[in-house]
Design a protein around this ligand. Structure first.
Ligand code: CAP
Ligand code: MG
Length: 484
């Protein structure tokens, strides 16, 4: 028997309606499942606090109300397991309580809304969430993916190598585009606006877009390689966000050469889903600025990087920043960041507590798979996995990285299917952005050839300078303008 069962007697009648430690088959497809770390507040025991969380995050409030009905009680979230030693609770949410039409914002308002502010808890952090196959088909999931970007760029077998233009803000539109050109001509694939870049008076948005196009055209012509720019379209309201998207689209960027970046937490989930639905053929880049308030390991109240990343995938992000597992400048760990990265990348992957299958056709549904196999008329279905499951969501690895750290991260990640963006790691190179890009490319070449970067640096000057600077903090001679 569940050791928490002895606490059942301590529940009042309202609380009892939100607990079922004998719930049969929580994975029967009816429920979205959640694990919280919970420390009770207000002298409650963990089961009392857990039932209050289940109530407030589904149908209830702090007292049993006379207006509830037999049907409304069917919609109660249910605490179905408790780990007294680790202060963990498992809650099953009948997912029919959520707004129809694939609305992610609504789910979050339920499960990490009021409950984070309740007096009945002193710690409440959502550590993992599990979506049943039956629920997945109601949510968009990613449309334009890293695979599409790879095809456009012709880049395989290595990470997409990117930068963020620095200083974070303060360059004019022309200066901004110059730095883009330097990075792309140095061999980089992908440039992003920084998360606060918008339409500041010293860097007019329209001019920035136009100059970036010129810089991209020049770099593509000179290098013979396609390039991508991720434009921050976060704005004061949806009309302005769409205006920026349309402006980019109408400046002549070909499909695949631009992405839309959204500050998903400060701009909000409606903005994320609006972009996913209006522009399914554009890479949707979810920047997670402000996520630390919820996800930092030392924060007792909030949710994990894994939970944020899974909801971003459900909402249709093509990629989301998942952290550098502590290799870079931000707080993080392999357990947090790599778990999140792998979980959104693969069709089936382990989380902290659940194994998530993003398949929409249950793997054992032979009948459907047989029909699909025989469905020659629509062979395209078999080539496009989206009918079978949610497409991959790309981990975007950024924050304090530089060429000397690339291998350390890849070794922890164990694979190269991600985008990495390095800001200072490129623009702080002693000889500037162009050489910083070259050093990044060389570090990746060294990795792919299985050569230690110090050995590789013996015949690659830009990498040697990067190692000197970033590892030994040895400033080399003043910036030289001539390009070797
Ligand atoms: C990185 C960055 C990114 C962070 C976000 C910055 O710049 O542009 O926004 O990576 O963190 O502004 O810090 P640097 P995360 O490369 O110069 O650090 O990816 O963890 O969400
Ligand atoms: Mg940034």
């Amino acid at each position: 028997m569940n050791p928490a069962a002895k606490l059942l007697k301590s529940l009042n009648s309202k609380q009892r309606a939100y607990v079922n430690l004998d719930l049969k088959a929580p994975k029967n497809g009816e429920y979205m499942l959640v694990v919280f770390h919970l420390i009770p507040g207000e002298k409650l025991n963990i089961l009392q606090a857990a039932s209050e969380v289940a109530a407030e995050s589904s149908t209830g409030t702090n007292f049993k109300v006379s207006t509830e009905t037999a049907f409304s009680r069917e919609l109660n979230a249910l605490v179905y397991n408790v780990d007294l030693k680790r202060n963990l609770i498992w809650v099953a949410y009948p997912w029919r309580i959520f707004d129809r039409g694939g609305n992610v914002q609504n789910i979050l308002t339920f499960v990490v809304g009021n409950v984070l502010g309740m007096k009945e808890i002193s710690a409440l952090k959502m550590l993992d969430v599990w979506f049943p196959t039956e629920m997945l088909e109601h949510y968009d999931g990613p449309s334009y993916t890293l695979d599409d970007m790879r095809k456009y760029l012709g880049v395989y077998g290595r990470p997409i190598l990117g930068t963020i233009i620095k200083p974070k803000i303060g360059l004019t539109a022309a200066e901004y585009a110059e730095v883009c050109y330097d990075f792309w001509s140095g061999g980089g694939d992908f440039v992003k606006n920084d998360e606060p870049q918008a339409n500041q008076d010293f860097c007019d948005y329209e001019k920035m877009v136009k100059f970036v196009k010129k810089a991209m055209d020049k770099a593509v012509k000179e290098t013979g390689h396609k390039k991508v720019h991720s434009f921050n379209v976060s704005a004061s309201d949806f009309d302005e966000m769409i205006r920026r998207c349309e402006l980019i689209r109408k400046t002549g960027f070909e499909k695949g050469s631009y992405a839309y970046l959204i500050d998903g937490i400060t701009a909000g989930w409606m903005a994320v889903q609006t972009l996913r639905r209006k522009y399914p053929n554009v890479f949707l880049h979810f920047h997670r600025a402000a996520h630390g308030a919820f996800t930092r390991p030392e924060n007792p109240i909030g949710f994990s990087v894994l939970v944020l990343s899974k909801f971003a995938k459900l909402a249709g992000a093509s990629g989301i920043h998942t952290g550098t597992a502590g290799v870079g400048k931000m707080k993080g760990s392999p357990d947090e960041d790599i778990t999140a990265a792998k979980n959104i990348l693969h069709l089936i992957s382990k989380g902290h507590f659940f194994e998530q299958s993003w398949a929409q056709v249950p793997q054992n549904d032979e009948q459907v798979l047989k029909i699909a196999k025989e469905d020659y008329a629509n062979h395209v279905i078999l080539n496009d996995d989206s009918w079978r499951g949610m497409k991959k969501c790309c981990p975007i690895i950024s924050g304090g990285l530089n060429p000397t750290k690339l291998k350390s991260f890849i070794d922890i990640m164990g694979e190269v299917d991600f985008i990495t963006t390095m800001g200072a790691g490129v623009h702080a190179h002693p000889r500037g952005t162009y050489y910083g890009a070259k050093a990044l490319i060389q570090a990746c070449e060294a990795y792919n050839k299985g050569i230690n970067i110090r050995a590789y640096a013996k015949s690659h000057k830009e990498l040697a300078e990067a190692i000197n600077f970033f590892e030994n903090r040895k400033e080399t001679k003043a910036l030289s303008n001539e390009r070797s």
